[in-house]
Design a protein around this ligand. Structure first.
Ligand SMILES: [Zn+2]
Ligand SMILES: [Zn+2]
Length: 82
């Protein structure tokens, strides 16, 4: 049996507050980057590598600044599930 890993950020167990590197404003968690690997989201022009999509034990979240539109990625270490 494989251990299941869960992202504590996806599951609401933790909150990450990031400051925008451009303007210093609070950034919003837009969820997992892999959720945006989607042709219907063409306005997010991101180069997402295969390793980011299939990174075992990690969850990469997209944080977006609502003020200036800067986006960054935060890698969250997943925790073993129940
Ligand atoms: Zn996550
Ligand atoms: Zn900003």
């Amino acid at each position: 049996m494989e251990l299941e890993y869960n992202c504590p950020l996806c599951n609401g167990l933790i909150t990450i507050r990031e400051k925008c590197p451009e303007c210093g404003g609070p950034m919003e968690d837009w969820g997992r980057v892999q959720d945006y690997v989607d042709p219907y989201q063409p306005y997010l022009d991101m180069n997402i590598t295969a390793s980011e999509k299939h990174d075992e034990g990690r969850c990469v979240h997209l944080f977006l600044c609502p003020r200036c539109g800067r986006d960054i990625r935060i890698t969250v270490n997943q925790i073993p599930g129940p």
